[in-house]
Design a protein around this ligand. Structure first.
Ligand code: BGC
Length: 472
C-alpha cells in the first residue's frame, strides 16, 4: 500500500545505517588478474535477417512493437561481425557473449544447416584470433518457427529437441568454445511471454508459468548433459573443456512501505520465484514457493538437475519497490523511490543492488560472471558513470570474497530492444541503423580505460574521490 506519510525518523535512521554497512571500492582498485572484460549481444537483436523464428512473426503484428519497428537488418552483425569484434578489441574487449540462432541452424525440425553452423564457427574463430574469449548462449528468447508451432518450451518434445541442438553446437564449436550459457533469463522469458503477454507467444495465463518453468529447467539440464558429453575439447588449455551455466536475471525487490507486512509478504513471494527458485533447483535439485498472487504452493523436484551450474551468470539491471494492492488480492505495483535516477526506459539506476545480490549468491560457492549489465541512454551522458558505479560495487563484492570472474556489458552495440524496438540505446557503440555506422560513446571510451588498466578508473573530469560514487 502507498503510505508515504508513514516514513518515520526511525525508518530513515535504520535505512541510513544499512547504507553505511558497505562501501563501493575506491578508484584505483585492481580487478583480479585474468578478469574478463566483455560485452554481450543476442542473435535476434543484432544479426538481422532472422526471419525463421517466432519473434519475426510477432513483429509483423501491428501494436506488438513500439513504433511498429521490426528487427529487419538490425545491426547486420551477421555480416559485419569481424568489424564489430575489431571495435570491441579497440576498447579492450577480452570476452564476447553472443548467441547462436537456433532457427538459422535448424530451420526445419531435424535438418541442420551446415552454412549457418560454419558462420558461427567463423565468429568463434574470429574471437579467438583477436584474443577474445567467446561465451556462447544457446537460447536467447528466439526459437524456430517450427518449435513455436509445436508449443515451444511448454512441449516436452521441444525440450528434448533443445538438447539435440545443444549437442550439435557442442560438436561443431567445442574446440573453440569452453564457456557455454544454456538459457538467457528464463524468468524474463516466462514473465514477458506467458504472464504479461508482451513477448511472443503473447500469453497472459498464470497457469502456464509452472509447467513452463519446469520444462525450461529440464531443457537446461538436457543442454548441460549434451554439452558435457559432446564438447571434450579444452579450447583454452585450463583443464576444463566446458564451463556451463545460464544467465539469470536477478533484481532487487524491496517493500515499498517497510512497515507494511503485505508488501513484505509479496516481496518474499516474488523474490522466491524470480530470484531463488532457479538457483535452488540447479544447485540442490528442488525448490518450493507460493506463486505470487495465488495460494498455490509449488514444489519442484528435479534431483537430476542438482549441480548443473559450473558458474553463476548474473544479469543485473535494476530494483523494484513492491506495493501490494489489497483492493485486488494478489496484485501489486512496482514503484521507484522518489527522486531515483532512472534510465531512458524508466528503470531505477541502483548500483548498490548488484553488490547485495553478489553477496547473496556467495553461498553457492560458484564462480560468477556478470553476464549482462547496462542501461538505455540515448544521449550517452550516463553510461560512463553507470559503469563506474556498478564496477565499484562489483569490486567491493570481490573484496568480500565473491569469486567474480568477469563482467559483460549489455551491449557492444545499440540493437533491437524486443518490444521496445530500436528506440532504447544500450550500446558502448552507437549505431546509425540507416547507414550501419558505429560511433564510440563516452561510456565505451570509459569501458576501454577500465578494461585496459584492469582497475577501477576515475571518471573523466572527476577528481578521484575514493568511496564516493557518483550515483546512489
Ligand atoms: C535481455 C536482453 C535485453 C536487455 C535489456 C535483458 O533482459 O537479456 O536481451 O536487451 O535485458 O532489456
Amino acid at each position: 500500500m502507498t503510505h508515504p506519510g508513514r516514513t518515520s525518523t526511525l525508518a530513515l535512521a535504520l535505512a541510513a545505517s544499512a547504507c553505511l554497512a558497505a562501501e563501493p571500492a575506491p578508484d584505483g582498485t585492481a580487478f583480479p588478474p585474468g578478469f574478463l572484460w566483455g560485452t554481450a549481444t543476442a542473435a535476434h537483436q543484432v544479426e538481422g535477417g532472422n526471419d525463421r523464428n517466432q519473434w519475426w512473426d510477432f513483429e509483423q503484428v501491428p501494436g506488438n512493437i513500439k513504433h511498429g519497428d521490426k528487427s529487419g537488418a538490425a545491426c547486420d552483425h551477421w555480416n559485419l561481425y569481424p568489424q564489430d569484434l575489431d571495435l570491441g578489441r579497440a576498447i579492450g574487449m577480452g570476452a564476447y557473449r553472443f548467441s547462436v540462432e537456433w532457427s538459422r541452424i535448424e530451420a526445419e525440425d531435424g535438418t541442420f544447416d551446415a552454412a549457418a553452423i560454419a558462420r558461427y564457427r567463423a565468429m568463434a574463430e574470429a574471437c579467438r584470433a583477436r584474443g577474445i574469449v567467446p561465451m556462447v548462449t544457446l537460447f536467447h528468447f528466439s526459437i524456430p518457427r517450427w518449435a513455436a508451432a509445436q508449443g515451444g518450451f511448454l512441449n516436452p518434445a521441444v525440450v528434448e529437441r533443445f538438447g539435440r541442438f545443444a549437442r550439435v553446437m557442442a560438436r561443431h564449436l567445442g574446440d573453440l568454445v569452453d564457456l557455454w550459457c544454456t538459457i538467457n533469463e528464463p524468468t524474463v522469458y516466462m514473465a514477458a511471454g506467458y504472464l504479461a503477454g508482451v513477448h511472443p507467444p503473447g500469453e497472459a495465463d498464470t497457469k502456464l508459468a509452472v509447467p513452463l518453468m519446469k520444462n525450461l529447467m529440464k531443457a537446461h539440464g538436457a543442454a548441460y548433459r549434451a554439452l558435457r558429453e559432446a564438447d571434450l575439447a579444452d579450447a583454452d588449455g585450463d583443464g576444463a573443456p566446458t564451463r556451463i551455466g545460464f544467465a539469470h536475471h536477478m533484481r532487487v525487490f524491496q517493500a515499498w512501505d517497510r512497515f507494511d507486512p503485505l508488501d513484505h509478504a509479496m516481496v518474499h513471494a516474488i523474490d522466491r520465484v524470480m530470484n531463488k527458485a532457479w538457483l535452488d533447483v540447479l544447485s540442490r535439485g528442488w525448490t518450493a514457493f507460493v506463486l505470487p498472487g495465488s495460494r498455490l504452493t509449488v514444489r519442484i523436484d528435479e534431483p537430476e538437475l542438482a549441480g548443473t551450474m559450473d558458474y553463476l551468470g548474473l544479469n543485473y539491471y535494476s530494483r523494484d519497490l513492491i506495493d501490494f494492492d489489497p483492493s485486488q488480492p494478489g496484485s501489486f505495483a512496482r514503484r521507484l523511490p522518489e527522486g531515483a535516477p532512472v534510465t531512458d526506459l524508466g528503470w531505477e539506476i541502483h548500483p548498490r543492488g548488484l553488490y547485495d545480490l553478489l553477496l547473496r549468491v556467495k553461498r553457492y560457492r560458484l564462480p560468477v560472471y556478470i553476464t549482462e549489465n547496462g542501461l538505455a541512454d540515448a544521449a550517452g551522458t550516463r553510461r560512463a558513470a553507470f559503469l563506474h558505479d556498478h564496477l565499484a560495487w562489483i569490486a567491493a563484492a570481490i573484496a568480500e570474497g565473491v569469486d567474480v570472474r568477469g563482467y559483460f556489458h549489455w551491449s557492444l552495440l545499440d540493437n533491437f530492444e524486443w518490444a521496445d524496438g530500436f528506440e532504447p540505446r544500450f550500446g558502448l557503440y552507437a549505431v546509425d541503423f540507416a547507414t550501419q555506422a558505429r560511433t564510440l560513446t563516452a561510456g565505451g571510451a570509459y569501458f576501454g580505460a577500465v578494461a585496459g588498466a584492469n582497475r577501477l578508473e576515475p571518471l573523466p573530469g572527476q577528481v578521484a574521490a575514493p568511496g564516493l560514487p557518483s550515483q546512489p
